[in-house]
Design a protein around this ligand. Structure first.
Ligand code: ZN
Length: 308
């Protein structure tokens, strides 16, 4: 497989301050893990800056302006109690959007089989007009809309295995039958949305997990609900909100996944993508806050994406 790995020093400029779990060291630990010899064939891509036009596929200009005007010349500013911006946040946010759109371009034009975007800030909590949960631009939602508009794809699936519900992605596509959004997440937990009854126009699939659930329950629920729905939907592109905070060592949640479970879900998503859309997957980093668990889980995820 030709697998692309997107990273950029600009992502480190988004400074959330001491003690914040969503920190630049997350990407540093991933970068170190991906220096191992088995990643020699990984194609490393330095993404372009994204554009206002790309961001406005999901967010109104007023939201972009709100975020921009909140960015301080120095120090930090809180958009909400846990969503912080610093002087480097605009560059990081625009670069993250540039990465996911470039990955869509490369995968949809056949220049790569799949891609992993090691970006920050994460995006899936950002609603079209609201920054929250460490997120201000919804990268994966922008990627989906970008693929729809520029490549005229009829069906795009977003699978979100981050331990938190992607309320922002759900809000962006709640009335959009051409985008399937399927999420597994711990409930109750932040942000409080993601009940199975939230079904949109039949395109939203929410699969709650309970604190203490392990890979057994995780695999059962994917096998029974999300994977069959994905195969039935027959997407032209599979996007992944790849959060690794359902790992047993993660400090922000209580699901007990291990690296092997991330390998399993990656493999299953690749199988679906193989049967529906020539294996086209763009995977986008969301959460994951234990540095060691994040690095080893991403390594397994990327290694699986690289498999022939
Ligand atoms: Zn999360």
């Amino acid at each position: 497989m030709t697998t692309l790995y997107y990273s950029h020093p600009d992502f480190l400029l988004h400074d959330t301050g001491p003690g914040h779990p969503e920190c630049a060291d997350r990407l540093r630990s991933i970068a170190i893990a991906l220096e191992a010899p088995e990643f020699l064939n990984l194609i490393r891509v330095s993404p372009p800056l994204g554009t206002e036009q790309q961001i406005s596929l999901i967010h109104p200009l007023s939201h972009i302006e709100t975020v921009r005007s909140a960015i301080p010349k120095q120090g930090k500013h809180n958009l909400d109690h846990d969503t912080v911006v610093s002087p480097g946040s605009e560059k990081a946010g625009f670069r993250a959007v540039g990465a996911v759109c470039d990955a869509v371009d490369k995968v949809l034009t056949g220049q790569a089989d799949n891609a992993f975007c090691a970006i920050r800030p994460p995006g899936h909590h950002a609603e079209p007009d609201l920054a929250m949960g460490f997120c201000f631009f919804n990268n994966v939602a922008i990627a989906a809309e970008y693929a729809r508009r520029h490549y005229h794809l009829e069906r795009i699936a977003i699978v979100d295995f981050d331990v938190h519900h992607g309320n922002g992605t759900q809000a962006a596509f709640y009335n959009q039958p051409n985008v399937l959004y399927a999420s597994s997440h711990q409930m109750p937990n932040y942000p409080g949305t993601g009940y199975p009854a939230e079904t949109g126009v039949g395109n939203i699939i929410n699969v709650p997990l309970a604190a203490g659930d392990t890979g057994v329950e995780f695999r059962q629920k994917y096998s029974a609900i999300i994977l069959p729905a994905l195969r039935k939907f027959k997407p032209d592109l599979v996007l992944v909100s790849a959060g690794f905070d359902a790992h047993k060592d993660d400090p922000l949640a209580s699901i007990m996944l291990v690296e092997d479970d991330f390998q399993w879900i990656t493999q299953e998503l690749m199988r679906c993508a193989d049967s529906c859309c020539g294996g086209r997957i763009v995977s986008v980093l969301e959460g994951g806050y234990n540095l060691n668990a994040l690095a080893s889980s991403v390594a397994v995820h990327v290694k699986t994406l690289m498999w022939v």
